[in-house]
Design a protein around this ligand. Sequence first.
Ligand SMILES: Nc1ncnc2c1ncn2[C@@H]1O[C@H](COP(=O)(O)OP(=O)(O)OP(=O)(O)O)[C@@H](O)[C@H]1O
Ligand SMILES: [Mg+2]
Length: 239
Amino acid sequence: MSILLEAKGLSKNFGALRAVDGVSLSLGAGDTLGIIGPNGAGKSSLFNLIAGVMAADAGQVLWQGRDIINLSAAERCRAGVGRTYQIPKPFGGLTVYENLMVAAEFGGGGAADARALCRSILDQMELSHLANAPAGGLRLLERKRLEMARALATRPKVLLLDEIAGGLTDLECDSLIAAIRDIKAQGVAIIWIEHVVHALFAVVDRLAVINFGAKIAEGPPKATFDTPEVQSIYLGIEA
Ligand SMILES: Nc1ncnc2c1ncn2[C@@H]1O[C@H](COP(=O)(O)OP(=O)(O)OP(=O)(O)O)[C@@H](O)[C@H]1O
Ligand SMILES: [Mg+2]
């Protein structure tokens, strides 16, 4: 399988804090990777480095073999790196549909087929009935669906999902999982940071564990989660 995205030795310091510490990972076209780790482990910071929202202190990001470390967030988005934010960032005064159109524009699509694309994403994310509603008034599940829809409107080849399942009821979480499986089935590669581990198990092919900024484990989801080292982080049990 061809490698789509590769991070090599990514690091980021905030003063004395090593928030991201030499993280490497690689993702093929259509791959799905889950990322878990305690609060403050550096997961969102890792996404910021990959998406170009934050400059890395060291390391490389390769996109289809090309070094993109000097590209801006907008340029990386146009190349095919789409993302959601842990705290959803819609334009609250714009409608749901307008939010998608802005995202489609940011992703570099032409206006004519952007309209058709946005309509089909609204449909896929079960937001069509809210197309003309102001984004600021949405309920939590709808906000999460909109956050994914906005990322999809940029036409990503890889989608970075940051804690999209948090705060939902079990039923809502199941419907979100179905939506993400749908995106996976379209062939979009996914890296999904999530504390709701069972949601990851339902979707991802591989699991990586981040602790104190560093990747400490990676492999098949259940086997990786069940290792004593990972369990000790999650349950406070001595390895
Ligand atoms: N812009 C910033 N300036 C200073 N410190 C930061 C900044 N962003 C993050 N940090 C710190 O870096 C560390 C890693 O934060 P990050 O948000 O990446 O963690 P996380 O794994 O996503 O946590 P959570 O599970 O709570 O979302 C934390 O200690 C955080 O306080
Ligand atoms: Mg985070």
